[in-house]
Design a protein around this ligand. Structure first.
Ligand SMILES: [Cu+2]
Length: 191
């Protein structure tokens, strides 16, 4: 066999191998879906609104949050939005009776709100894994300051209907942003 045909065969094999690496390999990599939400005063994507999100149980998704509003907002997942709102209104009403300024009330609320939700969240089977550790202050709820962008991995393992809400109260005290319509449905479908 002459060198020419051998080189030709080797070339074809090499091209095929390279093509396999570039074409086939990426197909085996699971594609991670991205869910993007823009926070505004007071809603997700637009005031008084939150789009319905759908994920599969166990699916890893990347949630990207951008706060275009003038107030601090949060993305917090709750199984029952009415119950969690009731719990939080109780906290708000108790703080509201204190003889302190509205600014101080908001500061007290910021601490108590997070404590109550962290206790409640420990009862549920889901996880938020921070992708950018520095920009995710909490494992159970993500707070985003005005002009800030945060992204994190989210995995929900139990099928069901959940809600994502913002229970911040900056600019609306003693009304919560959730009461202004800052909430949306999060459906976790069986895998
Ligand atoms: Cu908010």
């Amino acid at each position: 066999m002459k060198a020419g045909p051998i080189i030709a065969v080797v070339s074809v094999v090499a091209v095929a191998a390279i093509a396999t690496i570039f074409v086939v390999v990426p197909m085996f990599q699971p594609e991670i879906r991205e869910i993007e939400l823009v926070m505004v005063d007071y809603g997700f994507n637009k005031p008084g609104f939150g789009p319905t999100l759908r994920v599969k149980a166990g699916e890893v998704v990347i949630v990207k949050l951008r706060n275009d509003g003038a107030q601090t907002h949060e993305f917090m997942i709750v199984p029952d939005k009415e119950k969690s709102l009731m719990m939080m209104k109780k906290v708000v009403n108790e703080i509201d009776e204190r003889p302190v300024s509205e600014e101080e009330k908001l500061e007290i609320y910021d601490v108590e709100h997070h404590e109550v939700m962290e206790r409640m969240m420990r009862m549920y089977d889901f996880s938020i894994e921070p992708e950018e550790v520095n920009s995710v202050p909490s494992m159970v709820m993500v707070t985003v300051e005005p002009g800030e962008e945060v992204s994190f991995r989210l995995v929900l393992s139990t099928p069901g209907t959940y809600w994502y809400v913002c229970q911040e109260a900056g600019g609306t005290w003693p009304v919560l942003h959730q009461e202004k319509g800052m909430e949306g449905k999060l459906i976790v479908e069986a895998a």
